[in-house]
Design a protein around this ligand. Structure first.
Ligand code: ATP
Ligand code: MG
Length: 331
């Protein structure tokens, strides 16, 4: 049908939050897609590329990718994350779910617990909820802020503006250190959430997913929507964009996973190619054409080798390396 994942990612990406309005993003939008089959076709293509791209990210061991998922209950975060994971090697990817903060976590600044879970270089980290809860649930339930034990004089009417600044600065810090941050808001409608809650109640196999607290939060829907809108407005940047992805059609939600996969591929391909080129001093165009992949592999091998030689700095060790190689080959 001629739509690529890049087209999709352009459609739902918010890079400049200043003019962002949630009402411009329809939760039941499916764009030109009519069926599950249309989406599957697109995603199968991305899955094939994904493993290769993640391998590059891992081998290069310089960049990391952080994918943040935020949504109201029953929007499909878990399912989307499962689909993202289906395409990547679990050894290079870690998912962490943030719940209400523990006593230990409340004894620290709000970013502390998230910092501890950041992905290592070469890896992909997925946050199921995140530090964004601080400008969402904590803003809607002001009593949670009181639990955070902040010095009283620091909690003023500017607190939310300050949190936005802190989060934006944190993400800028991460991107300057090689951690690429991409944020996904799964945009489900209030009506669809109701349908999903009812299904959970009716179906014994899904009962466990339902919590009475979900109903209480649902009653605060308008406050949550205001909080999401304000959050995206203040934190969508060119460096760390938000994706506001329609989540009312379950078959379409797999496409959200596709967008995340595209980000993995992009960061792996874009950054590792550019770096390798710089290391070798060749033109990027040289590896962009057909047969580029093989040449790129060559580039990686050479530059890594050169780095090893530079670090070891003596023939003796290089010779030792050769001996190790020989030993391995003979086993
Ligand atoms: P699911 O319901 O699909 O299993 P979930 O992400 O909703 O997944 P829950 O255990 O139901 O997981 O909820 C976690 C709760 O923790 C959410 O209501 C969330 O708003 C809350 N939470 C997360 N971070 C914070 C925070 N910093 N302060 C207060 N509450 C938080
Ligand atoms: Mg929940």
């Amino acid at each position: 049908m001629g739509i690529t994942l890049k087209d999709l990612s352009d459609r739902y990406r918010v890079c400049d939050g200043h003019k962002f309005h949630l009402k411009n993003f329809e939760p039941d939008d499916t764009w030109k897609f009519k069926s599950k089959e249309d989406v599957d076709e697109l995603l199968d293509h991305s899955l094939k590329r994904l493993a290769d791209m993640q391998g590059r990210l891992y081998a290069q061991n310089e960049w990391a990718l952080l994918l943040v998922f935020q949504a109201m209950d029953a929007a499909g975060k878990d399912g989307t994350i499962k689909h993202v994971m289906s395409g990547v090697n679990p050894q290079g990817c870690e998912v962490y779910s943030f719940k209400s903060p523990s006593t230990e976590e409340l004894d620290h600044d709000f970013l502390w617990r998230c910092m501890r879970r950041l992905p290592e270089r070469g890896r992909i980290g997925i946050f199921n909820r995140s530090y964004y809860e601080e400008t969402l649930v904590v803003r809607v339930h002001k009593e949670f802020l009181a639990n955070e034990k902040m010095p009283r004089q620091l909690v003023t009417k500017h607190i939310w503006k300050e949190r936005f600044e802190d989060i934006a600065n944190f993400e800028r810090y991460l991107s300057r250190n090689g951690v690429i941050v991409r944020k996904f808001y799964l945009n489900v409608s209030r009506e669809e959430q109701k349908e999903r809650f009812l299904k959970r109640l009716d179906d014994p196999k899904r009962n466990w997913k339902f919590s009475p607290a979900d109903i209480r939060e649902r009653q605060l829907w308008p406050q949550y929507m205001d909080a999401y809108e304000d959050t995206i407005r203040h934190t969508a940047t060119e460096q760390s964009p938000w994706y506001v992805v329609p989540a009312d059609h379950k078959w379409f939600t797999r496409r959200d996973a596709g967008l995340a996969q595209v980000e993995i591929s992009r960061s792996a391909a874009g950054h590792s190619q550019r770096l390798c080129c710089r290391a070798r001093g060749v033109d990027e165009g040289e590896i962009a054409g057909s047969g580029g992949r093989r040449r790129l592999k060559h580039v990686v091998d050479r530059s890594v080798l050169r780095e090893v030689v530079k670090r070891i700095g003596s023939v003796k060790h290089t010779h030792g390396q050769q001996q190790h190689r020989a030993q391995i080959r003979n086993r």
